[in-house]
Design a protein around this ligand. Structure first.
Ligand SMILES: [Zn+2]
Length: 242
């Protein structure tokens, strides 16, 4: 089992359960009116990739000519409302156990509402990943904030074998506004044997990440609920004519 590291932050991130409930009601109403019309699923979590910013971090001067291109694949969906808010070890284990099919050299980056457990419980956690592994979890709202690039770049750093350090560095244990990596850290990233997450093609070194969007309801559940709403509406219309 790989060590799990946590990420701390300085701002509040909790999304109230009341807000989640109301978005579910909105979902029911929209689908009830537009059943089977190809309406996108409503989602509590959402994906922000920050790809340009991440490319900047992994091509900073300490990389020399060995820059790493960060590439995002199309988002896949993981419908499991129980995992929108991670509060326990069982929760983070279940999230990271989701097998979306990528090879072991592709990072799965899970976007959730709240992440309060990594190696321990802490409401300030905004990201979690495995050292030298290929699973990363982040809070959607924080990933979309001004510190989102720093958060994602930090968690990718763990996937690339970097541990926490102190000081004005990307791998500090808390959000600090720095995305600096030293030449010594770059040497760890390119250590021998080469981390399988680092791939090479005609354009050079790259890392592939598959975003995984955690959604509140399984598609079958959504269809069932919306069908009930439509049937209820039809029944009411029928009754009023009688
Ligand atoms: Zn960390």
């Amino acid at each position: 089992m790989l060590s799990i590291y946590r990420r701390l932050l300085v701002t509040a991130t909790a999304v109230s359960s009341k807000r989640r409930r109301s978005s579910l009601w909105v979902l029911v109403f929209i689908l009830g009116g537009l059943l089977f019309a190809g309406v996108p699923e409503a989602r509590a979590a959402f994906v922000t990739t920050n790809e340009t910013g991440l490319d900047g971090v992994y091509s900073q001067p300490s990389f020399g000519a060995n820059t790493i291109d960060i590439r995002f694949m199309p988002t896949v969906t993981f419908s499991n409302g129980d995992l929108l808010n991670i509060t326990t070890e069982a929760g983070i284990d279940a999230l990271f156990a989701f097998n979306d099919g990528p090879a072991s050299n592709i990072i799965s980056m899970y976007f959730v509402d709240t992440l309060d457990f990594c190696s321990s419980f802490n409401a300030s956690i905004v990201g979690c990943s495995t050292l030298g592994g290929n699973d990363i979890a982040v809070e959607s709202v924080f990933a979309a904030s001004g510190s989102g690039t720093e958060l994602l770049a930090h968690e990718i750093g763990h996937s690339l074998n970097l541990d926490h350090v102190t000081g004005n560095n990307l791998m500090a244990a808390a959000i600090n506004g720095f995305t600096t990596l030293t030449e010594a850290q770059v040497a760890i990233i390119f250590g021998n044997p080469l981390n399988p997450i680092i791939q090479t093609d005609a354009f050079g070194r790259f890392v592939e990440i598959r975003p995984v969007l955690v959604t509140p309801l399984p598609p079958a559940g959504i269809m069932f609920v919306s069908a009930i709403v439509v049937l209820a509406g039809a029944y009411r219309r029928k009754k009023s004519r009688a």
